[in-house]
Design a protein around this ligand. Structure first.
Ligand code: OFO
Length: 161
């Protein structure tokens, strides 16, 4: 017997879509940045793209472990006509705040359903989102301090998790 309800399985499948949507947004940002020669920022977002794929896998693996059915929903086409570095960074930060809300919704739903199995998984994501928001917000603040995007790019390093 599956150790996951249909309702929670559906919610996790939707979250797989959110993580892959995040991946698409960051890959699209990485492409635009590379096209505009912001190579370090492009690499920062490419690493973030891969991290989002790993987030999706975490949910997929959990669903399989508890005997559910993992499904990938349709992923919307990401924005590609970015106006500026600033727009990308602000979009990234706002998006992480949105994702934090989605993770918190899953925590609430698991509690409502009295499903205690995903506690460790969800706590990992709650903690991860603190880091995700902090690094996205730091990029926004650093870009504002630099004023010159090319110089900002040259001073961008990603501290690996
Ligand atoms: Fe999956 O953490 Fe960003 O979106």
């Amino acid at each position: 017997m599956a150790l996951i309800s249909e309702k929670f399985n559906e919610a996790l499948n939707a979250q797989i879509g959110e993580e892959l949507n995040s991946a698409y947004i960051y890959l699209s940002a990485s492409i635009w940045l590379k096209e505009h020669s912001y190579n370090k920022l492009s690499s920062w977002y490419f690493t973030q793209y891969n991290e989002e794929l790993s987030h999706a896998y975490k949910f997929i693996n959990y669903i399989i472990d508890v005997g559910g059915t993992a499904k990938i929903p349709a992923i919307p086409e990401p924005k590609s006509d970015w106006e500026s570095v600033k727009e990308i960074l602000e979009t990234g930060y706002a998006h992480e705040q949105y994702i934090t809300g989605k993770i918190h919704e899953l925590v609430t739903l698991a509690e409502e359903l009295k499903d205690y199995n995903p506690r460790e998984l969800l706590q990992w994501f709650v903690t991860e989102q603190i880091e995700e928001e902090a690094s996205a917000s730091e990029l926004v603040e650093r870009q504002a301090a630099f004023k010159n995007d090319m110089l900002f790019d040259q001073h961008t390093v990603r501290n690996e998790e």
